[in-house]
Design a protein around this ligand. Structure first.
Ligand SMILES: [Zn+2]
Length: 149
């Protein structure tokens, strides 16, 4: 999984998701949480309500699915399993094979690998405020039905 700076233009969104008339021209599609070991990232202890909302998105609103799984490459105290599995509230989610999307308060589309839950919970990654607000507001990005993802 490539490193992408937070709030950069998503490199593949136009090619795979934009269809005639959607989203409206000029709507930015921005990256969040594309972490890699060689790049530092902001950290903070995650809030429980944010983790709850983020887990729900990762477990139930994954989009832009990939073939296979991409696992976390950040340093761990113990070896990780080949597939990252997260648990919260009695539910289980397999992470690393899709993205999640939320809509920022200004209409921006914010796209993150669904591993972002693990990054926040396990590595205390602190996403940009605009993403945290959109997740807490549960403004999930819903792709039009004719995008086969
Ligand atoms: Zn990790």
């Amino acid at each position: 999984m490539p490193y992408l700076q937070d709030l950069a233009t998503h490199p593949r969104f136009d090619a795979i998701c934009r269809i005639k008339g959607w989203p409206p021209p000029g709507t930015p599609a921005l990256t969040v949480g594309w972490l890699a070991p060689e790049h530092e990232f902001p950290t903070a202890l995650p809030d429980g309500a944010f983790l709850d909302a983020l887990f729900y998105l990762c477990a139930h609103h994954s989009i832009i699915r990939t073939r296979g799984f991409h696992n976390c490459l950040l340093p761990h105290a113990t070896m990780t399993a080949p597939i990252c599995i997260a648990h919260r509230g009695g539910e289980e989610a397999r992470l690393g094979s899709a993205e999640i999307g939320v809509v920022g308060a200004g209409g921006e589309l914010l796209l993150a690998p669904n591993l972002v839950f693990h990054y926040v919970e396990g590595h205390h990654y602190r996403p940009p405020d605009i993403f945290i607000e959109a997740v807490l507001a549960r403004r999930a990005l819903v792709l039009p039905a004719d995008i086969p993802l």
